[in-house]
Design a protein around this ligand. Structure first.
Ligand SMILES: [Zn+2]
Length: 473
């Protein structure tokens, strides 16, 4: 598009001309079908690096159709920010976005939220079955540009009708029924999720009485990833969750219950069930299941390591492993950290071995993986606490781990520091983010000076980089 403004003008001119052409028959009473809504198409906003053929392919259309609908000439140049209507997605409105399927989302709820017919959503996302809407899957949706969102309506309480709930929300009942695909307000059901226009976005797809929102955070999930389930409620509910056989412990932080879980780095990539049960004070229960996608961590495979055979799988090593496991087992019901974590060795460039890489020792067939992040010398040899916590383990001269420290950050989240040359804290110390706790060394099973930094959640090692790159919650 050499001159985008001109293109837009000519496009509008064409539209105007078309409008006149359509009006002429009406004046002469020839009667085009009246009230036939004009076809709507969603808008794709061109991003840096996009090409027309890539966009055509992505939305399952042809280059010709894309160029025709948007009046693009062969020598036009595509620019980031250009707006293209997508011919294959007729019936969708607004701006196309990709997002991840979140907890509780269904084809119906997505259709209500995006005000798009389910058939169009199915086509846009090439769905062949509703079960494909697993949590963490990327989906094509639309958003409106005028700052208005569709947000969940307060839950219909038992004994209440859609009519009452919608009146309480202060909106037009019939309009809300129509927006939610109901033939009439009497068709509304309790426990179903309805949407209403709002100026605020609401991440929750579930409408449970007394529960304001339930969110599964840190999507999409990968092998060795951290997940967080956050439940906001205005009455005391008991939550139980099971994701791929991980049952995270919920901690009540005053109106918000949070549970952190860790996905084992050896979990086969695939789709796993998440089951959640919400139990009310009167004993009544609400349970739902949804599938969650766990993607490959794309871990590398390290060269087989040659180490002293005496140091592999010994009684001493087992005892050491058991000791560390027991130290990190308890879930302290408080969150000690605040905000983004501080890098324990202060420079991301000095990573010498990533979390999750597959390892073999002495060509043994057994599969091991790297349970932490190895940091070499960075801006010195100092080791800092990444976040507030209590020192719960000070272990000098361990066979595998060398001089090591364990810190409890609360919520079942622990960090461990291995192979230190010096330990500068004591058991029971409360350390702050950025506090000096030790010096990098090469004690224990180590081939050179480095810090093995490990994050465990309820006993499962997770990728430490997640914690250094995003804030939890
Ligand atoms: Zn390591």
């Amino acid at each position: 598009m050499a001159d985008y403004t001109n293109l837009r003008k000519s496009f509008l001119a064409r539209r105007f001309l078309l409008a006149i052409l359509f009006l002429i028959p009406l004046f002469f009473g020839i009667g085009l079908r009246p009230a036939q809504a004009q076809a709507t198409y969603p808008v794709y906003i061109v991003e840096y690096g996009d090409t027309l053929s890539w966009i055509a392919q992505r939305f399952d259309t042809t280059l010709d159709q894309l160029m025709t609908l948007n009046n693009i000439q062969p020598d036009d140049v595509l620019r980031p920010g250009d707006r293209l209507q997508i011919p294959s997605l007729e019936g969708m409105q607004g701006v196309l976005t990709t997002e991840y399927v979140t907890l509780g989302a269904s084809l119906t709820s997505l259709s209500r939220r995006s005000q798009t017919d389910t058939a169009v959503l199915v086509k846009a996302n090439r769905l062949t079955s509703p079960s494909e809407l697993f949590i963490g899957r990327e989906i094509i949706m639309t958003t409106q540009e005028n700052g208005s969102y569709m947000t969940t309506m307060p839950a219909i309480k038992p004994g209440q009708s859609f009519l009452e709930a919608s009146v309480l929300s202060g909106k037009n009942t019939w309009l809300l029924a129509e927006m939610n695909g109901l033939a009439s307000p009497t068709m509304g059901m309790p426990m179903d999720t309805y949407y209403m226009p709002s100026t605020e976005e609401n991440g929750s797809n579930l409408a449970l009485p007394g529960v304001k929102s339930i969110v599964l955070d840190n999507l999409p999930l990968y092998q060795g990833d951290t997940f967080l389930i956050e439940v906001e409620s205005d009455q005391p509910v008991t939550i139980h969750a099971d994701l791929a056989s991980i049952q995270p412990t919920f901690v009540d932080l005053g109106g918000v219950q949070m549970a952190y879980g860790g996905i084992n780095a050896l979990t086969e990539p695939g789709v796993y069930p998440l089951t959640m049960t919400v139990t009310y004070p009167d004993g009544s229960e609400y349970r739902f299941d949804q599938l969650v996608m766990i993607s490959s961590g794309n871990f590398s495979i390290d060269e087989p390591l040659q180490v002293d055979p005496e140091s592999i799988g010994t009684e001493e090593e087992k005892a050491e492993n058991d000791k560390f496991k027991s130290v990190i087992a308890a879930v302290t019901p408080a969150q000690y950290w605040d905000g983004l974590w501080y890098s324990p060795a202060q420079d991301a460039d000095c990573i010498i071995s990533q979390f999750g890489s597959r390892r073999t020792y002495n060509d043994n067939p057994g599969l091991y993986y790297h349970t932490g992040l190895d940091l070499g010398y960075c801006k010195g040899t100092d080791v800092y606490a990444p976040a507030r916590g209590t020192v719960v383990g000070v272990f000098p001269d361990q066979v595998v781990r060398g001089n090591s420290i364990v810190i409890d950050h609360g919520m079942g989240v622990y960090t461990t520091y291995m192979h230190l040359s010096e330990i500068l804290v004591e058991q029971g110390d409360i350390v702050e983010s950025g506090q000096l706790i030790g010096i990098i060394g090469t004690t224990g099973r180590s081939t050179g000076p480095h810090l093995h930094f490990e994050v465990d959640i309820q006993g499962t090692p997770v990728n430490p980089l997640t914690w250094l790159r995003r804030e939890f919650p």
